[in-house]
Design a protein around this ligand. Structure first.
Ligand code: FAD
Ligand code: DHB
Length: 389
């Protein structure tokens, strides 16, 4: 088998890259280790920035998102009993769209199937080869048979635990990491959301986040110890803890019901530099992780593949490699800004076991500074709605 761009991983980064390349007439094949159903079953992000919406439109996969996505002009910060609002639209002229990552993935899968593009699911032992030379290729096993895909370029869109970054010689890559001493327990439930705008709550018992997937489906989270397992938390225990962490006016609106998804996610900041190794590019979680506060992970992945698809289009259509040569630098410049914002927002909103009462007062002082400074609110709003490509 031969193609122009071999894409490893069919998460949002891989699927969006494939769709964007196809629009430029660039052939691509995706090789994914899991089944399509498994990929669709992973509940993750929910907030799309304008740049991501624009790229999904460019990819021809934006129709349902425009019909069903919920547009938000702002978000809410709750501290103890107090409620504050950051007005995104007034400060930046931009909004965000609440639309689940599973739906983005589904729309991209549907568009890919309709365009007749090849995706190999359930590929075992995926490996990348020859990217330091002129003839890269990808191999895997399926049904007992060895498979090989020759290509011009490999796009490593295989997430944090993928094989692409791990295949780069240790001396050629630098990594930067911070692991936070807590996780997020998240649930999905078919109950009316407490707010159509996302609520980030700082409480002495820990952080809570109220998000949604539709007018009848809520996505709620609480900060929890890293050792907690979803099965440690009954629905009753979750609702009680979540309610306590909300300010009274919002707690009064809480509707509870059975959850149908429950998972614990660790919080991590991670960056790998550079994002190109010869004919291998990294994009999305394969290259960087942000803690979820601020909802940047999926949007950064989309930004990476937006840059990469344009650079590959210049290579094939205009025979120029300047953008390919500049991909890593441009992507990392956006990544580090989002890393800073996500780290700052995480630091301001969570209970840190080692920071004590001084840490809690610093968070209040940070809030006071933010809400009394128009410039600071504008800066936060600009970061939240995302950077241009
Ligand atoms: P992924 O979605 O991880 O996709 C990578 C794909 O590669 C997967 O399908 C995987 O199966 C495949 N793969 C892995 N290894 C191989 C291999 N060896 N060979 C072939 N294929 C392989 N972001 C937010 O903005 N808000 C959130 O609320 C939020 N919640 C999250 C919760 C969890 C539990 C996690 C893990 C992430 C969350 N994120 C959130 C981050 C966001 O979901 C990611 O940033 C986004 O999924 C990145 O997309 P990606 O395509 O780069 O990687
Ligand atoms: C969601 C997740 C986030 O990390 C966030 O900051 C906002 C919303 C969500 O899952 O809807």
């Amino acid at each position: 088998m031969r193609t122009q761009v071999a894409i490893v991983g069919a998460g949002p980064a891989g699927l969006l890259l494939g769709a964007l390349l196809h629009k430029h007439g660039i052939a691509n094949v995706i090789v994914e280790q899991r089944s399509a159903d498994y990929v669709l079953g992973r509940v993750r992000a929910g907030v799309l920035e304008q740049v991501t919406v624009d790229l999904l439109d460019e990819a021809g996969a934006g129709a349902r998102l425009h019909a069903e996505g919920l547009v938000d002009d702002g978000f809410v910060l709750a501290f103890g009993g107090q409620v504050h609002r950051i007005n995104l639209f007034e400060r930046t002229g931009k909004r965000v769209v609440v639309y689940g990552q599973t739906e983005v993935t589904r729309d991209l899968m549907t568009a890919r199937a309709e365009a007749g593009l090849q995706t190999v699911y359930a590929a075992d032992d995926v490996a990348v080869h020859g990217f330091d030379g002129d003839r890269p290729f990808v191999t895997w096993r399926q049904g007992g048979a060895e498979k090989r895909l020759d290509c011009d370029w490999i796009a490593g869109c295989d997430g944090f635990h993928g094989v692409c970054r791990a295949s780069v010689p240790a001396g050629a890559i630098r990594t930067f990491e911070k692991v936070y001493p807590f996780g997020w327990l998240g649930i999905l439930a078919d109950v009316k959301p407490i707010s159509h705008e996302i609520v980030y709550a700082n409480h002495e018992r820990g952080f809570a986040l109220a998000s949604l997937r539709s007018p009848t489906r809520s996505r709620y989270y609480v900060q929890c110890p890293l050792s907690d397992k979803p099965e440690d938390w009954s629905d009753e225990a979750f609702w009680a803890e979540f309610r306590v962490r909300l300010p009274a006016p919002l707690a009064e609106k809480l509707v509870t019901g059975p959850s149908f998804e429950k998972s614990v996610a660790p919080l991590r900041s991670f960056v790998a530099e550079p994002m190109r190794f010869g004919r291998l590019f990294l994009a999305g979680d394969a290259a960087h992780i942000v803690p979820p506060t601020g909802a940047k992970g999926l949007n950064l992945a989309a930004g990476d593949v937006g840059l990469l698809s344009r650079a590959l289009a210049e290579h094939y259509l205009e025979k120029r490699d300047a953008a390919l040569d500049d991909y890593s630098r441009r992507a990392l410049a956006r990544v580090w800004k989002a890393e800073r914002f996500s780290w700052w927002f995480t630091s301001m909103m969570h209970r840190f076991p080692d920071n004590g009462e001084f840490g809690a007062r610093m968070q209040l002082a940070e809030l006071d500074y933010l809400m009394s400074s128009s410039a600071a609110q504008t800066a936060v709003a600009e970061n939240y709605v995302g950077l241009p490509l």
